[in-house]
Write a protein that binds this ligand. Structure first.
Ligand code: GAR
Length: 219
C-alpha cells in the first residue's frame, strides 16, 4: 500500500506551478502523488498540460453554479472522489468561503508571488517595484479565510535588480516558485512540519513525533 499523500491541485490558468508539482511527484521517494487536477475555468491552459502528464482532470466551471457554496460543494465532492489528502492551490484565483476553508484546514496550501505578509492580492511585482523593496520573493502557506493569509510553510527570496520591470521580476520569482512549491509540499506531506497555534513548526527527524501521532492518541 502506498504511503504517499494524495494531492488535488486547483488551477485557474496556465498551470506552471502545477507542472512543477507533477514533475517533483514523479520521484519515487517524493512523499506525495498528484491524484487530480481541478480547474474552475474551462479555458485554463494547465488542463491540457495535466492530461499530457497522464493526470486525471476535472473542470468545475464556477459560472455553472448559482452560489459559491454550490460550486464548493461540487469541488469538495470531486476532491473526496479522488481520495485527496491535501490540496495545492496553484494559481487558483477563486475566493473560497469559510465552510470550504475550514473543512480543509491545514490540508490546503497556496503559493503566492510575494514575501507575505507583504503584497497580498494582485500585481505583486508591480507593487514591489513601486515601493522600492530590494528583496522580493514567494511564499507557500496554509490557506485561511482571508486572501493570501495563513501560517507560512516556506519562502524564497529574490533580489530586485536595477532595471527590473514587473515582467523581468515576475520571471525570476516564478522560477523560485517552481522550486519552492515542491519543497513546501514535501515538508507537509512527509509530516516534517505541523501547525500549532497558527504557526508552522518544523520537526527534526530525531524529534519525538508531533502530538497528533503520539502513541496515546494512536491507540
Ligand atoms: C503564480 O505566480 C502564483 O504564485 C500566483 O498565480 C501564478 C499562477 O501561475 N498566485 C497568486 O497570485 C495567488 N494569490 P501558474 O498558473 O503558471 O502556476
Amino acid at each position: 500500500m502506498s504511503m504517499k499523500k494524495r494531492v488535488g491541485i486547483l488551477i485557474s490558468g496556465r498551470g506552471s506551478n502545477m507542472v512543477s508539482l507533477i514533475e517533483a511527484a514523479r520521484a519515487p521517494e517524493y512523499p506525495a502523488e498528484i491524484a487530480v487536477v481541478i480547474s474552475n475555468r474551462p479555458s485554463a491552459g494547465g488542463i491540457a498540460l495535466a492530461q499530457q502528464a497522464g493526470i486525471a482532470t476535472v473542470v468545475i466551471d464556477h459560472k455553472d453554479f448559482a452560489t459559491r457554496m454550490a460550486f464548493e460543494a461540487k469541488l469538495h465532492q470531486a476532491l473526496l472522489d479522488a481520495k485527496v489528502d491535501l490540496i495545492c492551490n496553484a494559481g487558483f484565483m477563486r475566493m473560497l468561503t469559510g465552510g470550504f476553508v475550514d473543512r480543509w484546514k491545514n490540508r490546503q496550501l497556496n503559493i503566492h508571488p510575494s514575501l507575505l505578509p507583504s503584497f497580498p492580492g494582485l500585481d505583486t511585482h508591480e507593487r514591489a517595484l513601486r515601493d522600492g523593496v530590494r528583496i522580493h520573493g514567494c511564499t507557500v502557506h496554509f490557506v485561511r479565510l482571508e486572501m493570501d493569509t495563513g501560517p507560512i510553510i516556506a519562502q524564497a527570496a529574490v533580489a530586485v535588480l536595477a532595471g527590473d520591470t514587473p515582467e523581468s521580476l515576475a520571471q525570476r520569482v516564478l522560477a523560485a516558485e517552481h522550486k519552492l512549491y515542491p519543497h513546501a509540499l514535501s515538508l507537509v506531506a512527509s509530516g516534517a512540519v505541523t501547525v500549532e497555534d497558527e504557526e508552522v513548526t518544523r520537526h527534526h527527524p530525531d524529534d519525538p513525533p508531533p502530538p497528533l501521532f503520539s502513541p496515546a492518541l494512536r491507540r
